[in-house]
Design a protein around this ligand. Structure first.
Ligand SMILES: Cc1ncc(COP(=O)(O)O)c(C=O)c1O
Length: 368
């Protein structure tokens, strides 16, 4: 007999998600490059819409109709196949809870976004990680992990924290290899940043298959992370299931108003893409010139690998950078203890990171 309430099996196996740091003791000027936020901030039109929000005493439209219509208009979708959420995190969790229970398995990739493992365990299922190749999802490895117990497969494309992506042909091959009872969740949180002609977020697959859903977010290129806003598009029967367990007013009105304005401001998105293109390329080149290895990224962040010897580890680099107010993300929890994840920042931050890492690498060489 237990003497106090016990959480369901699986819950205590969860390592709670640790968000990127935003403060360093004793350092006043901080450059937060740890959460893949945009250095451009949100569209001024979104800020204006947020400021104009009133009637805070009234419940919001629980169906998020206007926001769904704005998203549908932008992507040519049926608004009835969209559900909005408190960030895409909520939708990842809802969809998992709708399809995964005790005795079921959910598959994701070895260095995949951590929320998948958490959602599967929280739903009482068993998390199953598929090996990656060169920090990239491996379709054959994922398919090899699928069993009759598998209910859900997550693919972040591009993936966080690696920044790598699967060409659409590979995504289609993954889908073709899955049994029809398995739900394929394409998490396209960084889709807007990708500039590769063999990439597609997968909307076409969602439109034509009965077992594919896609999640998207306003937290990244739209710069609205603080408002917590995301959406998913899915076949009707999946929408029906998720709608039954969704909180009735899960998205707040000011966030919806800002989201509508943001998605309509195409020039702000174009500016963010251009900024990212320029600085992703620059950072990759500069960091490689310092002797660091960088996983080729199509997102708004880079995985930077450090040598393992004393004085040159990722942990030491992190302390060194933090002391200068440059906060990157440790990725030990992703099975990458030798790397740091760097979000593409504004020009000043990017230059400071390279300067600091030049000093770190130089100092480390002197130390060696
Ligand atoms: C791959 C991926 N998916 C989903 C999210 C969650 O985004 P949000 O809940 O802010 O929409 C993130 C955020 O870091 C992410 O990197």
């Amino acid at each position: 007999m237990t003497t106090r309430p016990e959480p369901r099996p699986g819950v205590m196996q969860i390592e709670a998600y640790v968000p990127g740091k935003s403060v360093v003791a004793g350092v006043s000027k901080i450059y937060k490059l740890s959460s893949n936020e945009t250095p451009l901030g949100p569209s001024p039109r979104a800020v204006q819409a947020l400021r104009s929000a009133d009637h805070l005493e009234l419940y919001p439209d629980g169906s998020a109709r206007k926001l769904r219509e704005a998203i549908a208009a932008k992507y040519g979708l049926d608004p009835n196949r969209i559900v909005c959420g408190t960030g895409s995190d909520e939708l990842l969790s809802l969809v998992t809870h709708a399809y995964v229970g005790p005795g079921d398995e959910g598959v994701f990739t070895a260095h995949g976004f951590l929320v998948y493992r958490i959602a599967i365990l929280a739903a009482g299922g068993a998390p199953v990680a598929a090996q990656e190749r060169h920090h990239r999802a491996d379709v054959d490895a994922i398919l090899a992990k699928v069993t009759p117990r598998t209910k859900i497969v997550f693919l972040a494309n591009p993936n966080n924290p690696t920044g790598t992506y699967l060409p659409f042909d590979e995504v289609k091959r993954l889908h073709a290899g899955l049994p029809p009872h398995v739900l394929l969740v394409l998490d396209a949180a960084y889709a807007e940043y990708v500039r590769r002609n063999d990439y597609a977020s997968g909307l076409e697959l969602v439109a034509t298959a009965e077992n594919v859903v896609m999640t998207r977010t306003f937290s990244k290129i739209y710069g609205l992370a603080n408002l917590r806003l995301g959406w998913m598009v899915a076949p009707h029967h999946v929408i029906d299931a998720v709608e039954r367990i969704r909180g009735p007013f899960n998205v707040n009105g000011p966030a919806m108003a800002a989201g509508i304005a943001a998605i309509q401001d195409e020039s702000h998105v174009a500016e963010a893409v251009a900024h990212n293109d320029r600085w992703l390329t620059w950072l990759t080149r500069e960091l490689e010139a310092l002797g660091l290895s960088v996983t080729p990224s199509v997102g708004n962040f880079l995985l930077v690998h450090f040598a393992g010897e004393p004085g040159r580890t990722a942990k030491e680099a992190d302390s060194f950078l933090s002391a200068r107010g440059l906060i990157l993300r440790r990725v030990d929890a992703y099975g990458l203890p030798g790397a740091l994840r760097l979000t593409v920042g504004g020009e000043e931050a990017n230059r400071l990171v390279v300067e600091a890492l030049r000093d770190f690498q130089g100092g480390a060489k002197a130390h060696a």
